[in-house]
Design a protein around this ligand. Structure first.
Ligand SMILES: Cc1cc2nc3c(=O)[nH]c(=O)nc-3n(C[C@H](O)[C@H](O)[C@H](O)COP(=O)(O)OP(=O)(O)OC[C@H]3O[C@@H](n4cnc5c(N)ncnc54)[C@H](O)[C@@H]3O)c2cc1C
Length: 434
């Protein structure tokens, strides 16, 4: 032990006081990620609130104001330090979805006019969302702070138009919704989130990675479902990805991810993923499945790019059944060399007489800058050139089939609309909304 003399102790305490004074003079807020209270200064142009507008619709107008997302993001960061980790740095995507959900909820309750089924639909939606939000591990305190930040932001946007009527309506609405969210979370089964380790990374094309992981415990998803995934490449950004192999007790899981230019996560994932990385997987969801109710209808599958993942998962699961309906799979991409999963699909078709693979590409040849490609296997049906929707509808309406579609938002829109236009009953088409 080192003894200090009285003088040393005095020097030390005077130095500590100096440091304290110095630190108290420095504005640490910017270094701590703090921002000035966004609601401190009144707005020069608040959102006009008319006393004639029903309060739920006035709140909707406030939430839909273009300034809301930015102000709310800052208010949330101020409200609770946890929100800085829970929301990505650029929270515009997730809060944009919150605005759409809130707008729908407020309008639905306003238009319900006593119709309890309509109000119950909103509460049910909140319960589903709550079950999905388990992955965020929110406490009642988070719900409370979220509500306070929203109230502050809306009050600020309304300026002098804010009154007791709006405050009471918002208080009641938020209480109902956050109670339903918490009930949904409490009722959900299975672990809220499961860790997984990357064990292998394959790069079949310049912009697609196939990532193989082993999860700490088995995630029990149905073939065709997707999982919410959190990766270390873009903190706080959850994205949905579809396993391309069925769940198994060893916890092996595989995802196919394409780099979407300008996207928040996919580019950094495709460039940065490596063996040993830890991912977080949450609750399986999704509507893609092969309906086996009698009389079993034949299946049409339409996959664009990495949209092949959930459909290939369904095919692998079907291989375990003794009897299967006929499946026609149209697998499309921009260039022939982007059809990276064709070798596996051809292998499957070789042992599955019920499966027919039809490759499709928008361009007839690979561009020079794509570099050398693997030699694609020959399929029974020669590759066709065109968009998936044109090629698929070129064969007719497929009205007697159950149709499963998976791909980018643009591909989904074009394919579903195009098929409905040529006579495919909309209710026969299954896909997961972007
Ligand atoms: C149910 C479901 C399952 C999914 N499964 C997979 C999967 O297995 N593999 C996979 O790579 N992706 C999958 N996605 C897409 C994935 O969730 C992300 O949206 C995608 O990786 C882009 O994320 P990002 O953060 O880079 O871009 P974001 O910041 O989310 O989006 C940027 C822009 O790109 C658009 N966009 C999103 N996805 C695509 C796409 N695939 N092609 C073109 N534009 C797109 C968005 O609409 C937005 O305008 C799935 C999406 C859903 C809804």
């Amino acid at each position: 032990m080192v003894r200090t003399s009285g003088k040393d102790a005095d020097d030390a305490s005077s130095r500590a006081a100096d440091v304290e004074r110095l630190v108290s003079d420095i504005d640490l807020a910017p270094y701590l990620g703090r921002v000035a209270d966004p609601t401190a200064t009144p707005l020069t142009d608040p959102v006009p609130v008319s006393a004639d507008t029903p309060p739920l619709l006035a709140l909707r107008d406030l939430v839909a104001d273009p300034r809301f997302v930015d102000m709310f993001a800052r208010a949330l960061r101020e409200a609770d330090p946890d929100f800085r980790e829970l929301f990505p740095r650029d929270a515009s995507g997730v809060l944009g979805r919150f605005v759409r959900a809130m707008t729908w909820a407020l309008e639905t309750v306003e238009n319900a006019r006593g119709d309890e089924a309509k109000v119950a639909e909103v509460v049910e939606f909140a319960r589903h969302l709550g079950a999905d939000h388990r992955k965020l591990e929110l406490s009642p305190r988070h719900h409370e702070r979220f509500g306070e930040a929203m109230t502050d932001t809306l009050r600020h946007l309304a300026g002098r138009g804010w009154d007791d009527r709006l405050a009471t309506t918002l208080g009641t609405t938020y209480r109902v919704l956050s109670t339903a969210l918490q009930q949904g979370a409490a009722a959900a089964q299975g672990p809220a989130r499961v860790g997984a380790t990357v064990v292998e990374v394959l790069r079949p094309t310049r912009d697609v990675v196939v990532v193989r992981l082993i999860s700490d415990v088995m995630v029990d998803y149905h073939p065709g479902q997707y999982l919410s995934v959190l990766t270390p490449y873009t903190p706080g950004v959850w994205r949905r990805l579809s396993p391309s192999i069925p769940a198994n007790p060893a916890g092996q899981i595989e995802f196919h991810v394409r780099d979407v230019p300008g996207g928040a996560l996919s580019g950094s994932l495709v460039r940065g993923v490596g063996v040993g990385d830890r991912w977080v997987l949450a609750r399986p969801l999704g509507l893609l499945e092969v309906d086996r109710t009698e009389p079993v209808r034949d299946v049409l599958m339409v996959a664009g790019g990495t949209g092949i993942a959930p459909l290939r998962c369904l095919l692998l699961d079907m291989m375990r059944h003794g009897f299967n309906p006929r499946v026609h799979l149209f697998y499309g991409a921009r260039h022939p060399g982007d059809l990276y999963d064709l070798p596996t699909l051809v292998d499957l078709a070789a042992t599955a007489p019920w499966l027919t693979i039809q490759p499709v590409s928008e361009q007839d040849a690979d561009p020079w800058w794509a570099g050398p490609r693997q030699e694609l296997p020959r399929t029974l049906h020669r590759r066709q050139t065109g968009t998936l929707v044109d090629v698929v509808t070129g064969w007719g309406s497929w009205a007697d089939r159950q149709v499963l579609v998976s791909g980018s938002p643009e591909m989904l829109r074009a394919t579903v609309n195009g098929m409905v236009a040529v006579g495919t009953p909309r209710e026969n088409i299954r896909y997961d909304r972007p």
